[in-house]
Design a protein around this ligand. Structure first.
Ligand code: SF4
Length: 619
């Protein structure tokens, strides 16, 4: 057990990040359990503590008498310097033991720019960075989360990946590892990895040999042992009502990103926005029953003491029993002063009415996401909203007393022209004017927030060549020049980090050497602008002889084999290809749970189905 010197804690910002002992944390004696798991998120405590997936796994694993789950996050740079100076290895927050002594370390990979932090955390733990260099005594290093749907750029650093939802498969991994340990680690690490490869949804990269075509594109990922499957299909929970939820989450002592109850209404989204990876990889929609949600909400209020509850999902306003649920939650918890919030609003007046109900006192700003500035481009991305929808919703919000509106857009989308960029500015001005029409005076504040589009694997836009940083900057400048009203503020993203995200999103195994070289030259916390070192990354590409444009900027040929082809989320490639063609033609595709099934392949392929309780109640 590591004892932290108070002198060290006094020298770092937010020492509460490292002390543990928070409300609801579970401290087990590691010697009394068969398997210890360090659940890791390669970012700072405040981000890591806000991850719902890890909260769920923490509870599921700790429910087992034979296992202990502990937490570990990336130490901030001040703490890392102290740890390196005093040779303190990376430790878990619960038992304060070195991560190296755990049996498993599971990283949740939410974002490509956290890859350098994975290496930093392994290094701080004293665990060899390359999976090939790890002996039996080292923990099994597992990756999961959305980035695991193309794990190839980080394949060299991980022993295996969990593809898809982790509730069931993590239990199977623990049982397999526990049996192997009990058997005296028979057959060594290779035997364990082969057994894991036999589990559904587990990908062991070392059991595949990747070859490349003469032009540098991926040619084949061939299995090199009988245990490995040619294609790894994601794990999916058929009915969320049947699995454990995080009803006793750890309550932190310091502010974290989502410092409130998170009540997950459903998984998946069938709206079919063509840029959205989550919308594809978490298909189909599976709702929790409203009565189960009420019960979970009660448990969460009782176990945490929070007075704010956020109804989370990819598109919470689409929950089929939302109105009844919100009413019931407000009614049940009004005495205790628990407020309910909806993080994502659909662009319609029904949403505004709901927002009004849930935010009866505080009229903070409302956020809408038209994503593109013109109807033509909104049709290309299949956003499914019109300018009229937006104006009706914003008008209702102004009428109900809101005056601040945030509008989210992307630039660099397929087929985009300068007219689409100018359309963003025009829309912002029309929103300002609308306030005057509704209220008879000026006074609205509009924030235009613009991110750069990054094509992601498993989406209809996975063939698209990403805009270069120079082109994105030109578009940002064009938009800036059109937004000249002091009531409009403009936020944009660093185009160089978008490039890196694009490279790793659709990259292959060759990129491991780039990530390693960049980390060796100081790359870490790349998602934090104050730490991002573009020159270090560009030099790492140069020294590896690799061109970032090849991965990010190149339009892929229709028949190109992708580096992630042996990993499937269940959606057919031909369906995605058709969707790309429909996008280029500006053709809309409807919501498959409210309209007809579009034949994406998920439901029959994975033996799951859309669960929509509102629809079932209405027959
Ligand atoms: S198979 Fe049909 S119903 Fe199921 S997610 Fe795909 S399009 Fe929707």
């Amino acid at each position: 057990m590591i004892t932290l010197d108070p002198a060290i804690l006094s020298r770092v910002a937010k020492p509460g990040r490292y002390t543990g002992n928070e409300w609801n944390s579970i401290i087990k004696d590691p010697s009394q359990v068969g398997i210890t798991v360090a659940l890791a998120l390669p970012d700072v405590y405040e981000v890591g503590m806000s991850n719902l997936g890890l909260k769920i796994l923490y509870q599921i694993i700790n429910n087992r008498p034979d296992a202990a789950a502990e937490r570990v996050y990336a130490p901030w740079v001040d703490m890392e310097a102290e740890m390196r100076r005093y040779h303190i290895p990376l430790f878990t927050l619960e038992s304060k033991r070195p991560v190296q002594h755990c049996d498993i370390i599971g990283f949740s990979l939410q974002y490509e720019l956290s890859y350098s932090n994975v290496l930093n955390m392994l290094d701080l733990s004293g665990i060899p960075l390359l999976a090939a260099d790890r002996e039996d005594k080292f923990p099994l290093v597992i990756g999961g989360g959305p980035c695991a749907f193309n794990p190839e750029p980080v394949a060299a650093f991980f022993d295996c990946f969990v593809i898809g939802e982790g509730e069931e498969v993590m239990e199977e991994v623990i049982e397999t590892a526990a049996d192997w340990k009990k058997a005296g680690k028979a057959g060594g690490r290779t035997a364990l990895l082969k057994q894991l490869a036999g589990l559904k949804g587990i990908y062991v990269p070392s059991l595949y040999s990747v070859s490349y075509a003469a032009d540098g594109t991926a040619a084949k990922a061939a299995v090199n042992c009988p245990e490995a499957k040619p294609v790894i299909a994601k794990r999916v929970i058929r009915d969320l009502n049947q699995v454990e939820f995080a009803t006793r989450p750890v309550v932190p002592y310091l502010d974290i990103v989502h410092d409130r109850i998170m009540l997950e209404l459903f998984r998946g989204c069938t709206r079919g926005c063509r840029f959205c990876q989550a919308g594809v990889i978490y298909r189909p929609v599976r709702e929790r029953r409203p009565e189960i949600l009420l019960q979970l909400a009660q448990e969460l209020v009782d176990s945490t003491g929070y007075n704010e509850m956020s109804l989370t999902s990819l598109s919470s306003a689409d929950y089929s029993c939302l109105h009844q649920l919100v009413q019931a939650l407000i009614e049940r918890f009004k005495e205790q002063g628990v407020s309910v919030s909806l993080p994502s609003l659909r662009i319609d007046s029904f949403s505004v009415q709901l927002a009004q109900e849930v935010q009866q006192v505080r009229k903070s700003g409302l956020t809408f996401a038209p994503e593109a500035g013109t109807q033509r481009l909104r049709d290309v991305i299949n956003k499914g909203v019109t300018e009229e929808n937006l104006m009706t919703a914003v008008g209702a919000a102004f009428g109900a007393g809101w005056s601040a509106v945030k509008l989210y857009f992307m630039i660099g989308l397929p087929t985009e022209t300068d007219e689409d960029i100018e359309g963003i500015a025009a829309l912002a001005y029309r929103v300002l004017d609308l306030y005057k029409t509704v209220k008879g005076r000026r006074g609205a504040k509009v924030t235009v927030s613009v991110s750069s589009f990054v094509p992601k694997p498993h989406t209809p836009f996975q063939w698209f060549g990403q805009n270069s940083p120079a082109e994105l900057e030109r578009k940002q400048q064009l938009l800036k020049s059109r937004l000249r009203d002091r009531n409009i503020s403009f936020n944009w993203h660093d185009t160089r980090t978008s490039l890196l995200e694009g490279v790793f999103a659709r990259g292959d195994r060759s990129l491991s050497q780039v990530i390693l070289a960049a980390w060796q030259h100081g790359a870490k916390f790349d998602g934090w602008s104050e730490h991002f070192k573009s020159d270090v990354w560009l030099e790492a590409f140069r020294s590896a002889g690799l061109d970032p444009y090849f991965y990010a900027g190149r339009e892929r040929k229709p028949d190109e084999i992708f580096p992630w082809e042996h990993i499937t989320c269940g959606v057919d490639k031909t369906y995605l290809q058709e969707e790309y063609q429909r996008a280029l033609a500006g053709a809309a595709t409807g919501d498959c749970r409210r309209d007809d099934c579009r034949g994406c392949g998920v439901c029959p392929g994975l033996g799951v189905e859309v669960l929509d309780w509102g629809e079932q109640a209405n027959g």
